[in-house]
Write a protein that binds this ligand. Sequence first.
Ligand code: ZN
Length: 139
Amino acid sequence: MRGRPDGYTGNGTRPTRDATGTPGRVIPRPVNEYRRALRKCPDVTGSNLTVGLLMAEYADYFTGMDCFPAQKTLAGELGFTTSRQVRTCLRWLEAVGWLHDTGTTVESDGPHRGSKIYWLTVPDCPHRHDGSALPVVRD
Ligand SMILES: [Zn+2]
């Protein structure tokens, strides 16, 4: 199947592109830009949105890299009784393209040892993330 010219495959696995339009390169986004896009994506709601926004708090503000909070920490801050719900949300965000698993984990000793290191990424949704794609809410 050839797919759309912009590379979107409709299943969340579309290539992330760099500024030159080259597919396949993962580009981390600054925290501010990430939070704004995440909030305005109509596909991201509920716990997925909450976990995504909280992940942003743990990333490097300027690069969107070095994000490695312990799942237990996230669960505690969110009032979840177990880390399972956090893991489910992280997997979803990763599958859809809102998080990139760098494939590395924290090696230094301490509470973060073994935590996955993520980057904040913004997927190429077919809609825009300027708020125009938000669903219309009626009273
Ligand atoms: Zn979106």
